[in-house]
Each structure stands twice: as C-alpha cells, then as structure tokens.
Write a protein that binds this ligand. Structure first.
Ligand code: URP
Ligand code: ZN
Ligand code: ZN
Length: 559
C-alpha cells in the first residue's frame, strides 16, 4: 500500500542532488523519479523549493542515564521526540550503567527501556571500563549476537569510568578481532585530577573551575595517545566529542599519517564556546558544563566546522546529556560536582545547517554526509539508513533551507529547562519529518508514538572503517636478504680498558660506574649495553644500532 508521495523537492544525498518525487510504501522508499503519478489514497507532501534529505543520525546521546548521582532530564521518550522535532530520525545511545553490572545485563536494561519508550529508531554503543575474561566474553556476545559494533572507553572520569592504557590497548585489540569500532572519550584523567586540586586550592569553586581544570592540552594529549595506539595496532579509532582546536588537529594529523581515525564534533562545540563559563550568572555558567569543556578560544567552533567541511572531521553527534538547573546545583559549591552534559539532540541539524551550509563552508551534500550518511557508513547500516534510495528506510526530512528558528528552552521539545543555544537564531528548519514511513512532524505538529522506535543492529566489519585495516594487515614486513657477516666480532670479555671513566647505563637506564674486572676491563657480562634489543653506545649512552631494524629501512610507521 502506498502511503506517501513527496512531490517536487530536491533530493539531496551525500553524493549528488536532483529534482525528484519520492514514493514511500510500508516504511521503505519505493520509487524515486521525476513527475511520478500519485497513487490512489496516497498523502501528498508538497516539497517545492524544499530539500528532501535523509533524516539525521545522532551518533552520541545519553538518554535515561544515571550520571554523577542523578538521572538525565531526557529519557528515551522525550529525547527521541525532540530528536524528531529537529529532523533527526535515529539516535545512537551509550549503554553506561554502574560498572559493577555486567555488560550484557546493561545492554538488556537499556534495550528494554528504549523499546518501551523511543519514538525513533535507535542503536547502542557499549562502554568498557576495564578488561578481563568476562568483559572479553561479553564483547564477543554483544558484537556477534546482539548487534553492537562499537565499544567506548573513557580516558577520563578517574576512579569512575576511566580505563588504564594497558586495558585500553587490550580492548582496541579485541575490537579489531571482532571487527568493532573502539571509541574514546579523550581526556587525561590523571591530569584532570591534578587540575581540579590546583584550581580548588586557588579558591575557585564556580563553573569556570571546570574549564580551568581541563585545559585543551589535556584533551589533545589523550587524543594523540589514542590515535598513536590505534596507529601502532593498525586499528581504527573513533574520537567522540572533539571539542578543541588542538584535539581536532591531532585527528587531522592522524588522518594525514594514514591512521583510520574518525573524529566526531558535536553541535555544542560547533556553535557555542567556553566563554560562558565566565558568565556572572551561576545557572547560565553551570548550564554549559560538559566534558571535555567548551573552549574559551572563541574561534574554536568555526575551526571545528572548517575541519568538518573539509573531511578531517567525519560526522556529528550531540552528546545530549541533559540536567535541569536543580540537578546542576549539586555542584553549586564545587564545580567538580556539577553533572556534566548539555543539550543538542533537537538542535543539531539546524545548528550545522546554519554554521556549515548557510555560511558557505559546506554544500548540502556534505551536510547530509556529516549529519547522516557517514554515521550510517561508519556503523555499517548504509544504505538502509543515511540515503534516499529505493529500498532504504523511509527516514526523511523535508527541509526549508531559508526558514529560521530561534532556539529557546521555553519552546524546545527537550525535557531540560535550559538550552545552550538560548536566543540564537539559525537558518534551516525541518518542515516535515518522516520516520519509518510515517509523518511525525508537520508544520510544528508532532505526532509520535511512544515505543514505535526500533532497535537497529549495527553489524561488525564496516567496510568504510575496516577495508583499509584488512589490506594493511595483509602487507607483511619482510626481512632484507643479505650475505651473512663473516668478519671479526669483538670479544666483550677481552676489551682494552678504554671506557674506564665513562658512566654507562644499567638495565634500568640508571647511570653508574662499573667495577673493573681482574683483567682491568669492564665486566660487561650483565649486558647493560643491550636495552630493549638496542645496542648502546658507551660514549654518549644512546642507541647506536637498532637490532630490530625493520626491513627496507621502514620504521614502524608504515601506515
Ligand atoms: N560529556 C558529558 O559531559 N557528559 C556525558 C558523558 C560523556 O560523554 O562524557
Ligand atoms: Zn564523553
Ligand atoms: Zn557522551
């Protein structure tokens, strides 16, 4: 049965745009073409002068999350309803429960809640806090049987969610074995702890302390570390909420070096900044507290948008994690107790259109790529999602590129009582939103059904991420064929006493004078000269010959 015909609009996909009608039947796109006949009984949506685009996919949400002692203002119902109001038709929510609860149980809890309440389709990312046999088994079941292809680790939130580097490496390796995507919240948790102590010692207790204790370098260092680990393991890595210029630069550098790194800026970081932390109004200032913080370098949003436009950053989420003012007030006397998180689920599409397309930084095709298609590709659900094509899910937004929306907590559909974009006017507004073939938003009327959203499985080994990884794994290092060395070899037990007064490092890298042997030579039998497979030069104590020299003179950075 034909349900809907979208007439006369410009269809915009990530790769091209063209004038066409779109016919929708049973939740799927049935036909696309010019001047299609309207089948009997079909509802017609007039899209003249409008754009017909794949509904947005928000890669990063926290709905119904208990965090820092309190539960988010938005649950799966209010959050997905607001998402649809803004033109987002699918969300990807983090499963983030108390780390004592096994991952599989966390998954079941979240799936039950979402299936009962979500109004749009949803998928999940799981979070991993450490590595052991149980976690390994759960990761296998989640990815092979339960439809989860992404695992997030926190390099911050010390003593709560933070994972150590050794376990982080193990999780990266496990993800690679499973064809899953390791994601990281990249901030140095140990340095944040130091920063918080320092800032509090100065008597700073207000929200500005949040920014001051988490400087850019703390985000950039962890971003660089995560990318380096991925590079050396030939693993992909997904950096969630890239918030600063220097972290974004680390992502760009990683890409240029050939690492498969996906950088995700969020609506907040693309359109507002950390100068708000210095606002005299505590409520206003605390309302912007999130981690990593918005940056007080006011050129940051424009810079992040530039990188999103040129491809260095790949896709967008919101990190929608909302707390009302009375919840933020848990930290009224101590910034480190302010629940972290801001809104965006409803605002993202409009914010990115305005700051990205309306400014001329990106074209509508790139907008579709960064708000929908690239997410579908990265998480392996393309072209079911993220594409206007025959057979794809009918998740569609009819977009008015010229209409404007002034955002306010008074009129938004998010449950939270604060909006970080309060009073800001943006171009680009969804006129009609179609979710699973049903009109759910039309001229500001929202008609959603609690529990109508479906769980979308994200299969492992997305080509978009893994095809390069697989090819590179097949490029084997080979040794250099050469004639064996047949010349003399120094006898270490019978050397002239030429290093008598030199200090040489022991195997810990400490320096000490070696005792002379009876023969008057240094006793070199305990081989302090060999550190980690490297020969050491006695004169200036640095490696002189790399024993494990890679073939062809290549360093380990072959990618
Ligand atoms: N980002 C934030 O401030 N809150 C949500 C948890 C997280 O993603 O770190
Ligand atoms: Zn995070
Ligand atoms: Zn988050």
């Amino acid at each position: 049965m034909v349900n809907l015909v979208i007439k006369g609009g410009t269809v915009v996909n990530h790769d091209r745009s063209f004038l066409a009608d779109v016919i929708i039947e049973d939740g799927l796109i049935k036909d696309i073409g010019e001047n299609l006949a309207v089948p009997n009984g079909a509802k017609v949506i007039d899209a003249k002068d409008k754009l017909v685009m794949p509904g947005g996919i928000d890669t990063h949400t926290h709905l119904d999350l208990l965090f820092m002692g309190t539960r988010t203002a938005d649950d799966f119902y209010s959050g997905t309803r607001a998402a649809l109001a803004g033109g987002t038709t699918m969300i990807m929510n983090f499963i983030l429960e108390n780390k004592q609860i096994p991952l599989l149980e966390q998954y079941e809890m979240n799936k039950t809640r979402a299936e009962k309440n979500a109004c749009c389709d949803f998928a999940f990312h799981a979070c991993v806090y450490n590595y052991n046999e149980q976690v390994e088994k759960d990761m296998e079941i989640l990815s092979r049987e339960k439809g989860i292809n992404s695992f997030k680790m926190f390099m911050a939130y010390k003593d709560v969610f933070m994972i150590n580097d050794a376990d982080l490496i193990k999780v990266f390796k496990k993800c690679k074995e499973l064809g899953a995507i390791p994601m990281v919240h990249a901030e140095n948790g140990d340095l944040i702890e130091e920063g918080q102590k320092k800032v509090k010692t100065l008597g700073i207790t207000g929200p500005e302390g949040h920014l001051l204790s988490r400087p850019e370098s703390v985000e950039a260092e962890a971003t660089h570390r995560a990318i380096t680990i991925a590079h050396e393991l030939n693993s992909p890595v997904y950096i969630v909420h890239v918030m600063s210029k220097s972290a974004a630069q680390a992502v760009s550098d990683g890409k240029r070096k050939g690492t498969v790194v996906i950088g995700e800026p969020i609506a907040a970081g693309l359109a507002t900044d950390g100068t708000h932390y210095f606002n005299k109004c505590w409520r206003h200032s605390a309302g912007h507290v999130m981690s990593p913080p918005l940056r007080d370098d006011a050129s940051t949003p424009g810079y992040l948008m530039d990188l999103l436009a040129n491809g260095d950053l790949e896709l967008t989420g919101t990190d929608h994690c909302t707390f009302n003012t009375n919840q933020k007030a848990l930290g009224k006397d101590d910034f480190s107790k302010i629940p972290n998180g801001v809104n965006g689920i409803e605002d993202r599409m409009t914010v990115i259109w305005d700051r990205g397309v309306h400014t001329g930084k990106m074209d509508p095709c790139r907008f579709v790529a960064v708000t929908s298609t690239n997410a579908a590709k990265v998480f392996n659900i393309y072209p079911k999602k993220g594409y206007i094509g025959v057979g794809s899910d009918a998740d569609i937004v009819v977009w008015d590129p010229e209409a404007t929306r002034t955002i306010s907590a008074k009129s938004h559909h998010q449950a939270v009582d604060f909006n970080i974009f309060e009073g800001m006017t943006f171009h680009g507004v969804p006129m009609v939103v179609i979710s699973n073939g049903k009109v759910v938003v039309e001229n500001d009327n929202i008609t959603v059904e609690r529990g109508s959203g479906r769980f979308i499985r994200t299969p492992c080994y997305p080509d978009y991420v893994y095809s390069r990884v697989k090819i590179r794994d097949n490029i084997k290092l080979s040794k250099v064929d050469r004639e064996p060395y047949t010349g003399p070899v120094v006898d270490l037990n019978n050397q002239p006493n030429e290093i008598e007064n030199h200090q040489i490092p022991n195997s810990n890298g400490n320096f000490h004078n070696r005792p002379l042997t009876k023969s008057g030579n240094r006793n070199l039998q305990d081989s302090s000269f060999s550190l980690g497979g490297e020969q050491w030069d006695d004169q200036n104590s640095r490696p002189s010959t790399r024993v494990k020299n890679p073939p062809g003179g290549k360093s380990s950075g072959i990618y």
